[in-house]
Ligand binder design. Structure first.
Ligand code: PLP
Length: 405
């Protein structure tokens, strides 16, 4: 038997049948079919509320890449201060729900057409290189627009304990720190509207001290670079990296501790940042826990003394739960039999998807109440990097439904 991770607190309260956004799993499947991703907006709203209480005066941005389902983006847009996008497609989605001055566009390899769309719309482009800066300036000149430009910095530090490190080494992301002041001076001299700095040092950490240390280092770095550039940044985007507990033994990030440390660091910030705003950009911490993937058991079979529950979903919808999206060792996401939330585990089974590959395993030797054909299996933490981060067309099965409740 292998352990499973903790259920998000909103779903851990055991009712007979799993309830998501006020309706039972069975009701969701009856109306929308199986498999279906259900996103509970009240869970995302609770995360926003917790952030607001812990980080007074700090802007909150939602990184659309975590979940671009349009109704969810619309709901998030109404709760946060800014949207962060990483492509022209996400940009269009963001512009439908937020004014341009509340949108920033980061990511390597922005094509000229994407830069043009961003400049024409008036969103902030977080520049990843000097080359990108020159292309953005040339496009703006051709359009006769004043571009909003921020400089993404490749910091010399990384976010400790982070699942995905994006700083402290040679990187396709951001401009190396020693070259940043010259680039800022170039942008300002060219007449662009310089919006400030963007520093992103990593993702998915549960270590509050590591996040706090990184944020303090980022404030210090922004101050030093601003001094050297001779320009005050209107906004310092401190990145994010807040993790969620996916696996057994994971403990939730203590965001109140992170917030208290940041408030302290900002109180003591150098004068060059006195008038700057600060933002934190989050994806999974805001939306991962609000999502549940529901999939029905199609077959129950025994082989070699093991029991397999074969479901009508799989890694083509929820790649991350199969352990094939950015994890080294396959571990179990929280999983349950949706109709038997009150029942103690009765057997050890593997929950496998319907794809013809041994990689398609959503629960590996997990202890669950008995489930039979037709029962609904719930996979939790499906609100981020689920439907949009999975190979939906692999093997030609239909995509999963998505619904916001
Ligand atoms: C991926 C990414 C995010 C969101 O990361 P989460 O782990 O979902 O919070 C935010 N900002 C940037 C620049 C990213 O690349």
């Amino acid at each position: 038997m292998k352990p499973i991770g903790p259920l998000p607190p909103e779903f851990a309260g055991r009712s007979g049948e799993l309830v998501v956004a006020g309706r039972t799993a069975g009701e969701w499947v009856a109306e929308h079919g199986s498999p279906v991703f259900v996103y509970d907006r009240s869970v995302a709203a609770a995360r926003v509320g917790r952030f607001r209480a812990a980080f007074p005066g700090v802007d909150l941005h939602y990184a659309i890449k975590a979940n671009p389902f349009a109704p969810l983006v619309e709901a998030m847009a109404g709760m946060v201060d800014g949207l962060d996008v990483a492509s022209a497609g996400e940009l269009r989605l963001a512009l439908a729900h937020k004014p341009a001055d509340a949108i920033s566009f980061a990511g390597p390899g922005k094509r000229d057409a994407e830069l043009e769309a961003a400049v024409a719309a008036g969103v902030t482009v977080n520049l990843e290189s000097e080359n990108e800066a020159e292309r953005a300036l040339a496009i703006a000149e051709r359009l006769g627009d004043t571009p909003r430009l921020a400089v993404r910095v490749n910091p010399s530090f990384e976010l400790r304990g982070s699942g995905m490190r994006m700083g402290g080494r040679p990187s396709p992301f951001g401009v190396d720190t020693e070259r940043v002041p010259a680039l800022v001076r170039r942008i300002v001299a060219a007449g662009a509207d310089w919006r400030g700095f963007h520093v992103y040092a990593g993702s998915q950490t549960l270590d509050a001290q590591a996040v706090a240390d990184t944020q303090a280092a980022t404030v210090a770095l922004a101050a030093r670079l601003a001094e050297e550039a001779g320009a005050e940044p209107p906004l310092v985007n401190l990145g994010g990296g807040f993790g969620v507990p996916y696996f057994a033994g994971d403990a939730a990030l203590d965001v109140e501790r992170v917030g208290a440390a940041l408030v302290e660091a900002l109180r003591a910030r150098p004068g060059v940042l006195a008038r700057s705003r600060f933002a934190i950009e989050l994806g999974r911490w805001l939306v991962a826990e609000c999502g549940v993937y529901l999939t029905r058991v199609v077959d129950r079979k025994e082989s070699g003394g093991e029991t397999f529950l074969v479901v009508d979903g799989g890694l083509h919808h929820q790649l991350a739960a199969s352990g094939n999206f950015g994890t080294v060792v396959r571990r179990n996401y929280p999983i349950a039999v949706a109709g038997r939330m009150e029942t103690e585990p009765e057997e050890v089974v593997s929950v496998v998807g319907c794809l013809c590959t041994p990689l398609d395993r959503l629960g590996d030797r997990v202890a669950l109440p008995r489930a039979d054909v037709g029962d609904v299996i719930a996979l939790f933490l499906a609100g981020a990097y689920g439907a949009s981060a999975s190979p939906a067309s692999f093997l030609g099965h239909p995509p999963a439904a998505e619904v916001l409740g």
